[in-house]
Write a protein that binds this ligand. Structure first.
Ligand SMILES: [Zn+2]
Length: 177
């Protein structure tokens, strides 16, 4: 039987820990990406959602995180304290790192207000009251990425027929897509 010196033992333990840590990181990352559907434009989170349509990812072990924030850290590293991860593409469930950028909380709120709560006086008064201009734009982005209407409906939380009607119909013609 071989006897390790104290130092050799330490080194063996350290190496084992390192490889375990690496493996568990890979597992978490791998699991994360299995929940993402990549279209030509956006990469859509398919698992749990929180209000405002953001994806939620439970790390196991570890806390549940917002999916787009986790994706940002995988590619760009730590998010500086107090900063938010914003979407260039207006699709809250998108986790494509190149569509994400950092902003302050105030910027995030302004952004969300501008994108989400802006009212269109036409489309929204024409019987499409559940659908907002921003949703039509999001749907168009996803459609351009090759996503099917049922999947878009799932991603944005609307009946696919409603979205289909909006993209192909009359009520939203004024929205420059
Ligand atoms: Zn996107």
């Amino acid at each position: 039987m071989r006897h390790f010196s104290k130092d050799e033992n330490k080194r063996a333990v350290w190496l084992r820990r390192l490889s375990e840590a690496k493996r568990s990181k890979e597992t978490v990352e791998t699991r994360f990406w299995t929940k993402v559907k990549k279209t030509k434009t956006c990469w859509i989170w398919q698992a749990g959602k929180v209000p405002f349509g953001y994806g939620s990812f439970s790390r196991k072990p570890g806390p549940t995180l917002l999916a787009h924030r986790f994706s940002y850290t995988l590619v760009h590293g730590t998010i500086p304290k107090g900063l938010c991860v914003l979407h260039k593409c207006d699709v809250p469930s998108c986790v494509r790192p190149s569509h994400l950028f950092l902003g302050t909380k105030a910027e995030n709120n302004v952004d969300r207000d501008r994108k989400g709560r802006r009212r269109s006086l036409r489309g929204e008064e024409h019987g499409w009251s559940v659908l907002r201009e921003v949703d039509v734009r999001r749907a168009k982005t996803l459609r351009d990425g090759g996503m099917s209407f049922p999947k878009i409906g799932e991603a944005l939380g609307f009946e696919w027929k409603t979205l289909w009607a909006a993209l192909s119909g009359k009520s939203w013609k004024h929205v420059r897509l």
